[in-house]
Write a protein that binds this ligand. Structure first.
Ligand code: FES
Ligand SMILES: [Fe+2]
Length: 458
């Protein structure tokens, strides 16, 4: 429905907070939802050269040699010998399964004259370079040298594929090329603890869509770090998403993770006087009162409670166990956790949305953005095969993908901003961007961490 934005109050502070919603919950939420962040980092304008300058980008991309980063899902390589090609900026890696619990990663480059060992993901008994035939076993040991007599300098024991650190979390395979990297569990603090209750061992990749976007990868990513833009960019969702009851958390000393918790199935403070609970529910479910599966609220029942009941049933069915005491917040809301530098994964039982942002083909003015859903399967059933990634070019809208349903339209609204921000920054005589202290605190946190890594590298 359309909302009259002329009736929007100029000042809505103090408004209902996320903690107020938790106080009203019918069940006690998990302690992680009460774990409030610390004061946001000190505010400074962000220099626009960080988005526009190729020289900055060429220094910045070196951080990917130093950070834990998502390479693929475990179900992308279910069988021994399955391998996945993961590319970031100018780097390329092979992730290969050696056993049920063993995955190794190598730079995707032959040690002879450097040809990529594979151009795309697949299955092999061993890695054989298509150029001259140098061959390595899956565990990286050198197993064949063509014209061996002509390589007197090669000692096979010293000519194995160099290994890159690998670990997994919630079904995601992470790598870190830095041999001195901290353990992934420490890197992901506090996400590792916050996500513990949500049965990730039963998770699988349900939807996977990628799109090329105009705009620096940080411009694109930062559009998903705050919900303040909903009022202007996504006015159609104000009746069923309280983006201004959203909580933003950054924690002192925790460099790599921050959080935003958005209230779903409740109206924004801005339009709360313009909607009934029934309209909130209808908007959230995308259903009209004439639809056969239209849900009519009981007297006194809130849309949020009705959505929670619906999600409780769906989640119990997908997990195969009861969740009768789980809080409504854990069933309904969107908790957007950022994992530095380029990954976001929603908390709770899902379906969990996730996003990844990479410079497209090592171009600092284009982004390859991926979005998808993580689903749950019953414990006694095998993981479904991952879907093939749907790839959209610059011109093709997100809304052309049926699997994204209404989200596609919202992402198209976001996409319109990306290129316009990139070009607007070029047009601007102002040296930097200016951030909101609270609602854009996660962007400040991201740049704070980026600086820490870049200063260590240089
Ligand atoms: S470059 Fe790989 S075998 Fe020669
Ligand atoms: Fe948006």
């Amino acid at each position: 429905m359309g909302y009259d934005l002329n009736k929007v109050p100029a000042q809505v502070t103090p408004h209902k907070t996320y903690q107020d919603y938790l106080d009203e919950d019918r069940h006690e939420p998990a302690p992680s939802l009460r774990d409030l962040g610390d004061a946001p980092p000190r505010l400074q304008d962000i220099d626009k050269a960080r988005y526009l300058d190729r020289g900055f980008y060429e220094r910045e991309r070196k951080i990917f040699d130093r950070v834990w980063q998502v390479a693929c899902r475990e179900e992308h390589i279910p069988e021994v010998g399955d391998f996945h090609v993961y590319e970031i900026c100018e780097r390329s890696y092979l992730l290969v399964r050696l056993g049920v619990d063993e995955i190794k990663a190598y730079p995707n480059a032959c040690l002879h004259r450097g040809r990529k060992l594979a151009l795309e993901s697949g299955h092999v008994p061993r890695f054989r370079c298509p150029f001259h035939g140098f061959t390595w076993e899956l565990d990286g040991r050198l197993s064949h040298v063509p014209c061996e007599w002509d390589f007197p300098q090669i000692k096979p024991s010293e000519f194995g594929l160099p290994e890159v650190k690998v670990d997994t979390f919630a079904g995601w395979v992470f790598i870190n090329p830095d041999p001195d990297a901290m353990p992934l569990e420490q890197y992901l603090d506090p996400i590792w603890q916050h996500y513990a209750p949500y049965a990730w061992e039963q998770s699988y990749l349900g939807v996977h869509v990628a799109k090329v976007l105009k705009g620096n990868w940080k411009i694109v990513q930062e559009a998903f770090m705050e919900a303040m833009h909903s009022l202007e960019t996504h006015p159609q969702i104000l009746g069923s998403v309280d983006d201004f009851g959203c909580q933003y958390d950054v924690w002192n000393g925790k460099l790599h993770v921050n959080r935003m918790m958005a209230v779903f199935a409740a109206p924004s403070t801005y339009v709360v006087d313009q909607v009934t609970e029934q309209e909130v529910l209808d908007e959230w479910l995308g259903r009209k009162s004439s639809d056969a599966d239209h849900i009519v609220l009981e007297p006194g029942q809130t849309a949020r409670a009705a959505v929670a009941d619906l999600k409780r049933g769906q989640t119990e069915a997908s997990l195969g166990r009861p969740l009768s005491t789980l809080s409504d917040a854990e069933l309904v809301d969107g908790w957007y956790y950022v994992v530095f530098p380029n990954f976001m994964l929603w908390g709770g039982f899902g379906p969990n949305m996730w996003y990844r942002f990479r410079p497209h083909k090592d171009r600092h003015e284009e982004t390859l953005m991926e979005v998808g859903y993580i689903m749950r399967h019953p414990e006694d059933q095998p993981k479904p095969e991952p879907p093939a990634m749907i790839m959209l070019d610059l011109e093709t809208p997100w809304s052309s993908v049926e699997a994204l349903a209404g989200l596609g339209f919202v992402l198209d609204q976001d996409t319109t901003n990306m290129a316009a921000v990139h070009d607007g920054l070029k047009a601007s005589f102002k040296p930097g961007i200016t951030l909101a202290a609270y609602q854009e605190s996660r962007i400040a946190h991201f740049h704070h961490t980026l600086d820490r890594y870049m200063n260590n590298i240089e």
